[in-house]
Design a protein around this ligand. Structure first.
Ligand code: SF4
Length: 74
């Protein structure tokens, strides 16, 4: 599985990750991107995992996030 690190506290709500990976992220009621499946969480980060088949899309979200708060680890 691919590990997803998402520093939710620094999200600026641009929606890019939800467009590239709509099955992983959604925009919450505060206008911040949130992972659908959160395996671990603290006051700043959400951690989840992704399928190998979604690697290209997840990498695209990582690359396109304007504040670089998404990290994808294989
Ligand atoms: S791409 Fe980055 S800044 Fe934009 S909504 Fe997703 S996490 Fe937030």
């Amino acid at each position: 599985m691919i590990k997803i690190h998402h520093k939710k506290s620094d999200c600026i709500g641009c929606t890019a990750c939800t467009e590239f990976c709509p099955t992983y992220w959604y925009m919450d009621e505060e206008g911040l991107a949130s992972l659908y499946t959160v395996e671990e969480e603290n006051d700043r980060f959400q951690y989840g995992s992704g399928f190998e088949d979604d690697l290209a899309a997840l990498k695209k979200a990582e690359k396109c996030c304007p504040v670089k708060i998404i990290r994808i680890e294989k």
